[in-house]
Design a protein around this ligand. Structure first.
Ligand code: ATP
Length: 351
């Protein structure tokens, strides 16, 4: 069976999330296009990494996947059912049990006054999972699973180290035996020395419990290493989905290649592909392809329409009017981008 024939456990269809601008007054109707037309399928047992610059919509996508962010339009399907067509209680039951979330900052996501065993037990109580006795046993089992000694059962989150707090979050996310875990920057708030421990714990649990995982991170090297598939986002759009094994050199979207070229330590000595200017504001994304204002390959076509998704290989899809040929080296791309930039600068001077 190929990927297309395996039904996704979690899926988004043409998902849009538009926020109201932060800090605006009641009458400020400025819209922030945080997520635009996201189509994503998560299959049982796979790890999908999500990368992109700050503000591109990664967290919004993560929250939408776990039912914490109501879409403006489009669908989030769990086991084939649209979770936003359910009643609130049904959605909380379905998504709360089926999808676990791990946040970036365990301190912010744990109730400071609740001891560890109660934090882990909370979802079991909320979902009225089995008997009180079985819940106690389950909490012990979960603490053991994530490597927390039972002596910490009555400790408050503030008495734990950052790594221990993230273990508590992981135990809580796993309490109801979800089939998918969504981890939003799960290690970036931790000391460098414990990051690897928490990452390895997540990977071990994923294998042991046969979980699918969505892993959102700025750490592109880690994402590439642990994922089956890497999703690149730019200004609210999924612009490419690539088998991790094909990265970086077989990435076909100019933005994926630029992002990877700016990451130290990947394969060859790198040569960053120079991009022009900053990321445009999500309140006024450019027409057509959102990346066109910074892309060295863009032409007039790119301003007219967002390219349709194109399948270029197994598990490999992108939206680009001018995709890069597979296997083009980062060095060649950097040279192309520099040359295109020099031409643009010349034109500006003449004008
Ligand atoms: N609750 C909100 N209200 C208004 N705007 C928001 C809200 N949440 C996110 N945004 C905006 O939506 C866009 C996408 O934000 P999001 O947090 O999803 O991006 P991100 O890729 O996760 O960023 P980072 O990597 O910095 O966490 C940004 O422009 C952000 O400022």
């Amino acid at each position: 069976m190929n990927d297309d024939q395996i039904r996704p456990v979690l899926e988004t269809k043409d998902l849009h999330v538009v926020h109201r601008a932060r800090g605006g007054g009641l009458l400020d109707r400025t819209k922030v296009y945080a997520l635009t037309g996201a189509d994503l399928q998560i299959r049982a047992g796979e790890t999908v990494g999500v990368v992109g610059e700050s503000g591109c919509g990664k967290s919004t996508l993560a929250k939408a996947l776990v039912g914490l962010q109501q879409p403006t339009s489009g669908q989030v399907l769990f086991g084939g059912t649209d979770v936003w067509s359910m009643s609130g209680a049904e959605r909380r039951r379905t998504v709360g049990q089926g999808v676990g979330m791990i946040f970036q900052d365990p301190s912010g996501s744990l109730n400071r006054r609740m001891p560890v065993d109660q934090v882990i037990r909370d979802p079991l109580d909320v979902h009225r999972w089995r008997s009180g006795r079985e819940r106690e046993d389950r909490v012990r089992e979960l603490m053991d699973l994530v490597g927390l000694p039972s002596s910490l059962a009555r400790a408050l989150p503030g008495q734990l180290s950052g790594g221990q707090r993230q273990r508590v979050s992981i135990a809580r996310a796993l309490a109801l035996s979800p089939s998918v875990i969504v981890a939003d920057e799960p290690t970036s708030a931790l000391d460098v020395s414990v990051r690897a421990q928490i990452l390895n714990l997540l990977l071990d649990l994923k294998t042991e419990l046969d979980l699918a995982m969505v892993f959102v991170s700025h750490d592109i090297q880690t994402v590439r290493r642990i994922s089956d598939r890497v999703v690149t986002m730019y200004l609210g759009r999924i612009v490419e989905q690539t088998p991790a094994s094909a990265l970086p050199d077989d990435g076909r979207h100019p933005y994926t290649r630029a992002l990877f070229s700016a990451t130290p330590g990947l394969l060859d000595p790198i040569e960053p592909i120079p991009l022009v200017g900053p990321v445009p504001s999500a309140t006024a994304p450019p027409s057509g392809c959102p990346f066109r204002t910074r892309c060295w390959r863009a032409d007039d076509t790119c301003a007219t329409a967002m390219p349709e998704p194109e399948r270029v290989g197994v598990g490999h899809e992108l939206r680009c009017h001018h995709p890069i040929s597979a296997g083009t080296s980062a060095r060649d791309l950097a040279a192309q981008a520099r040359e295109a930039r020099a031409v643009t600068d010349d034109v500006k001077e003449i004008l």
